[in-house]
Design a protein around this ligand. Structure first.
Ligand SMILES: NC(=O)c1ccc[n+]([C@@H]2O[C@H](COP(=O)([O-])OP(=O)(O)OC[C@H]3O[C@@H](n4cnc5c(N)ncnc54)[C@H](OP(=O)(O)O)[C@@H]3O)[C@@H](O)[C@H]2O)c1
Length: 224
């Protein structure tokens, strides 16, 4: 797959890295942003589209001509506890609906370990894990070619990651540990290049003591 890949939430700490990784992999990222979203200097020359996620026409327009969408939106921490419902469930659903309308067939969603859990401390922020699962379900039922990446706790560590191995698992196998956002961004791009990731929920955490295994190899082992 080569060409234009949309990244929503491209101003976020995982989203901007996903866009950077797309550039490294030879794709052309199209950044889907809000009016006031800010970008790192590395992305200022990329194609940018600014709109409100609730504006379906603008969303459709932003996706036309793209081959795939990486969804890296996520509710920002806030005293408004409706954020996870609006962004992680309905916002994801809107993006999926738009993909279906305009014929973008491939979607990679950044979700979270423990998505779907009711009893979890993270749910103190607006039942976020419950809404994330609703977003995932919408994608699973969309008829699109989808992959859900469920990372553990996200870190900003950006150095010495070459030797860090990923612990890959199927859904609902992991519930703790962390992973740098840079590796999650790389997983999103790797998913686009790994046909066997289609229709899979893939949980990822990382650790320097783990060997480096590609997504394709890991999926072969998990599903053989
Ligand atoms: N934090 C963790 O440890 C953790 C663990 C597992 C999974 N996750 C999930 O991983 C994903 C990435 O997390 P992150 O911490 O890297 O993200 P982040 O830095 O918080 O970025 C969130 C992105 O979503 C956008 N966004 C938020 N509300 C929006 C709205 N109403 N309409 C359109 N865009 C909106 C933001 O745009 P603006 O820049 O305009 O605000 C930003 O681009 C999220 O889904 C998060 O829930 C996080």
């Amino acid at each position: 797959m080569t060409g234009i890949v949309a990244v929503s939430g491209a101003s976020g700490k995982t989203g901007y890295r996903a866009a950077e990784e797309l550039l490294i992999a030879g794709f052309q990222p199209r950044l889907l942003l809000r009016d006031k979203s800010t970008l790192p200097p590395s992305l200022l020359n990329c194609d940018q589209v600014r709109f409100n996620l609730g504006d379906s026409k603008a969303l459709d327009q932003a996706l036309i001509g793209t081959e795939a969408l990486i969804i890296a939106t996520g509710a920002r921490p806030s005293i408004d506890l409706s954020g996870p419902m609006r962004v992680d469930a309905w916002g994801v659903q809107r993006q999926i609906n738009s993909c279906r309308r305009v014929g973008v067939n491939r979607v990679v969603l950044v979700s979270s370990l423990c998505a779907g859990r009711w009893r979890h401390p993270l749910n103190l922020f607006g039942l976020i894990l419950v809404w994330k699962r609703i977003g995932e379900r919408a994608l699973e039922r969309s008829g699109l070619e989808w992959t859900v990446i469920r990372p553990g706790g996200l870190s900003e560590r950006d150095c010495n990651l070459d030797t860090e191995g990923i612990y890959w698992s199927r859904a609902d196998q992991q519930e703790s540990n962390s992973i740098p956002r840079r590796l999650v961004a790389q997983c999103c791009v790797e998913a686009l290049k790994t046909p066997t990731s289609i229709g899979r929920i893939i949980e990822v955490t990382s650790n320097k003591s783990l060997p480096s295994v590609s997504m394709a190899e890991a999926l072969d082992q998990l599903y053989s």
